[in-house]
Design a protein around this ligand. Structure first.
Ligand code: Z5A
Length: 211
């Protein structure tokens, strides 16, 4: 990505690890550093994307095929990229996105068992060479994430999968971080929020995002 472009930062992890909680914290960090930042999420972020999100997460479509799920994730992503992410990056803004393609590798690849090649083909088609500048994986044991998330409302179509599904999702995230250490950082999200945020500060300093 050219130097005039803004930075693309994504947050990942299994449910309940604190993506939403820490997104607010990161936004404050960026704003205090004088950065112009937008927050968005996947699937979603546009009116078409939010409509696809509803279709993907509601219980009405139990048993949706893994291929249909994958294609809908990328349909939402294509719209999101064209309408929101790329225009903001071109305007020099920081885009802070709750989940992106690493979630597809983790959930549709690791979780559902789809071949990585299918995902990589769609990634190259829809994104060209755009990849996040920094991905933060908030990592915690599945039981802890589920316990934290479980204190809220009824699980959606994906959240109601079993622990072994989320274990595969978690392991796929950790594997991606080992593969791309220069752009994917893992943070221990099992500790108290202030300790999680100390680690976020450290990663942001290391990657020169605030400077
Ligand atoms: N999905 C997919 O399959 N493929 C794709 O390509 C994409 C997505 C892009 C929607 O995601 C679903 O889409 C998701 C993957 C799939 N399904 N699942 N599972 P989502 O991001 O909207 O949904 P989510 O992962 O289920 O988010 P979440 O449950 O809202 O989790 P969170 O945002 O990471 O957690 P949180 O709301 O910030 O925190 C949960 C609770 O824990 C809350 O009460 C906090 O106060 C508490 N918390 C957070 N951190 C701490 C610490 N450190 N200590 C104590 N308590 C804490």
């Amino acid at each position: 990505m050219s130097s005039e472009m803004g930075k693309f930062i994504t947050l990942e992890g299994i449910e309940g690890v604190g993506k939403t909680t820490n997104r607010n914290y990161i936004r404050q960090l960026l704003e205090q550093a004088g950065k112009n930042c937008i927050e968005t999420r996947e699937p979603g972020g546009t009116s078409l994307g939010e409509a696809l999100r509803e279709l993907l997460l509601e219980h009405k479509h139990e048993g949706m095929s893994a291929d249909a799920e994958l294609l809908m994730m990328f349909a939402a992503r294509a719209e999101h990229l064209h309408k929101v992410i790329l225009p903001a990056l071109r305007a020099g803004k920081v885009v802070l996105c709750d989940r992106f393609t690493e979630a597809t590798y983790a959930y549709q690849g690791g979780g559902r068992g789809l071949n990585d090649k299918k995902i990589a083909d769609l990634e190259n088609w829809v994104q060209g060479d755009l990849r996040p500048d920094l991905t933060i994986i908030l990592d915690a044991p599945v039981a802890l994430g589920r316990q934290r998330a479980g204190q809220r409302s009824r699980p959606d179509r994906i959240e109601k999968e079993q622990n072994d599904f989320f274990e595969r999702v978690r392991q796929t995230y950790l594997e991606m971080a080992r593969h791309y250490p220069e752009r994917i950082a893992v943070i221990d999200a099992s500790v108290a929020i202030d300790k999680v945020q100390d680690q976020i500060d450290h990663v942001f300093r290391e990657h020169g995002i605030l400077g």
